[in-house]
Design a protein around this ligand. Structure first.
Ligand code: ZN
Length: 163
């Protein structure tokens, strides 16, 4: 993890914070960087659109492909404030980003943020489908974790998205 990584993660955090500071709004931010430039920066838009697949990473991959006119994002790095879910990890693989860097991981936030309780889909998918994608977590971990409900937050069941 480099200072350059932290710089881009700060941008992803700023995009996440553009939704405000309430964790219930799913403030996830993502930027995709290619050759030292941001080619896409998006936030989670599932409720706004509404679209269950409109995670920050999915939206950023769509914008990055549009802005480059390319189907493949080889050499690009995707920065996400939270460990990507299985869908977004798979989308990273299909879009051929070279590297995924995330901030907070599974253990840093409430379990509601992840689709499976017992399987870490990011590791599973990353290992299963490509061995040339680099996936690294913990970039500005504490700053990113602050955006979300903590592991021990007591939440009413109807506010827990995936349970
Ligand atoms: Zn996702």
């Amino acid at each position: 993890m480099t200072q350059e990584d932290e710089r881009w993660m700060h941008e992803a955090i700023a995009i996440a914070r553009s939704k405000g500071s309430d964790p219930s709004t799913s403030p996830l931010g993502c930027v995709i960087v290619l050759d030292g430039k941001v080619i896409a920066g998006e936030r989670n838009q599932t409720k706004e659109l509404p679209d269950a697949t409109a995670h920050a990473e999915m939206m950023a991959i769509r914008r990055a492909c549009e802005s480059t006119g390319e189907l493949e994002l080889r050499g690009a790095t995707l920065y996400s404030t939270l460990q990507p879910c299985g869908m977004c990890t798979m989308a990273s693989i299909w879009s051929k980003v070279g590297r995924v860097v995330y901030g907070a991981g599974r253990d840093d936030v409430h379990e509601m943020y992840f689709e499976a309780q017992h399987v870490d889909t990011l590791t599973f998918i990353g290992d299963a489908y490509r061995d040339d994608i680099v996936i690294e977590g913990g970039c500005l971990r504490d700053d990113c974790a602050k955006l979300y409900y903590g592991p021990d937050a007591e939440l009413p069941v109807d506010e827990q998205a995936n349970l």
